[in-house]
Design a protein around this ligand. Structure first.
Ligand code: SAM
Length: 339
């Protein structure tokens, strides 16, 4: 099933909670937030029922995210419900790693295939400043546990000028030491990222330049037909890394991702200000065919190109005004819709 720009519905990011145990300055910088009402948060059975519909319509990749997904009690029970569903090729999880050491074995046993850990700095003082919590050691423990359990992982790093742009090489080296492929992410102006400014964005080209200065020749890895957000590269010894250039070189044209929030709102673009309510119909007793029709209709009229639109705006204004809009609707926050 394709949208108006010919993009297939394939990749679903399932946010299982809007709560987080860190307060990263580029994602959740505010002191207080409007949380999703607890009674609105989907039960696992409800999420699983919606996943069935998405799979029937062509989704074959699911990533669990949040908020911090490991804060959702008994997440492995949801993993178990989803992992064995026919048609699902890839089940992954994105986490800040703080609670990972305790949970990785249960998650793996439940069928989790892949994991991405977010890590922006190797300096304890910077970590504390960036996230407001002294949890770097817990993240390292989580990464070590993931390496033991799954063998390898991805490590996602948001690069911010003046914050961690001097750590590209150390992060790559650290990634190599734990069998983690590092993906450098350009700082995006989405939702709660109120600290965003164009001058803080380190572009893909700058990242490549900095790494080439240290490693010499960097070779792009050709992946024809890939809808993956990261362009991948290799340094001389074969170590690979990725760059997600969502800000300076958006990949809207191939974007097959959509997002379901913990309370069952379905967003067809990370930047969309409106979603499709799936919880309402589900709780009113809509059957599979009705839900399928709602989702299919939503995808068929999708023409979003949020990152391209944001790029076209330049640095004229914040994409989502925090006071006017964000304060009133938690769905617009990155931590609600899952990054
Ligand atoms: N708590 C989990 C974690 O930390 O990975 C999952 C949710 S988090 C919103 C998902 C990803 O979005 C993280 O890798 C985070 O770094 C990224 N992210 C959040 N705000 C961002 C921003 N303004 N620009 C780029 N990436 C961002």
């Amino acid at each position: 099933m394709n949208d108006l720009l010919g993009r297939p519905l394939r990749n679903l990011r399932l946010s299982v909670t809007d709560r987080c145990n860190l307060r990263c300055e580029y994602c959740m910088p505010e002191d207080d937030y409007v949380w999703l009402p607890r009674e609105d948060v989907l039960h696992f059975e409800e999420t699983s029922a919606l996943v069935d519909i998405f799979l029937a319509l062509g989704v074959d990749k699911i990533r669990l995210t949040g908020g911090e997904p490991l804060l959702r009690r008994d997440l492995s029970a949801l993993v178990r419900m989803i992992a064995s569903k026919p048609g699902l090729k890839d089940l992954a999880l994105t986490t800040n790693g703080v609670l990972l050491a305790d949970q990785i074995d249960a998650l793996k046993a439940a069928g989790l295939g892949r994991i991405t850990v977010s890590l922006d700095t190797l300096h304890r003082d910077r970590f504390v400043k960036l996230t407001r919590f002294d949890q770097l050691d817990a993240v390292y423990a989580g990464i070590a546990a993931a390496q033991r359990a799954l063998g390898r992982m991805k490590i996602d790093t948001v690069v911010i000028r003046g914050v961690n742009d001097d750590e590209l090489v150390p992060l790559l080296e650290y990634g190599r030491s734990v069998n983690g492929e590092v993906r450098f992410i350009e700082y995006m102006d989405v939702g709660g990222a109120s600290q965003w400014s164009p001058s803080r964005v380190v572009s893909r080209l700058e990242i490549l330049d900095a790494l080439a200065k240290h490693y010499g020749k960097i070779t792009p890895i050709d992946e024809p037909g890939s809808a993956a957000p990261a362009g991948r590269f290799a340094i001389g010894d074969g170590t690979t890394f990725g760059i997600i250039a969502s800000t300076t070189e958006p990949f809207c044209r191939t974007c097959d991702r959509s997002r379901l929030t913990a309370d069952g709102m379905w967003y067809l673009c990370l930047y969309a200000t409106r979603g499709v309510d799936l919880r309402g119909p589900l709780r009113r007793g809509a059957d599979a065919d009705e839900l399928k029709a709602i989702i299919a209709a939503g995808w068929r009229r999708r023409d979003d190109r949020g990152a391209e639109d944001r790029l076209a705006l330049g640095d004229r204004r914040a994409f989502v005004p925090v006071q006017d809009l964000l304060r009133k609707d938690p769905h617009l926050e990155m931590h609600t819709r899952g990054g």
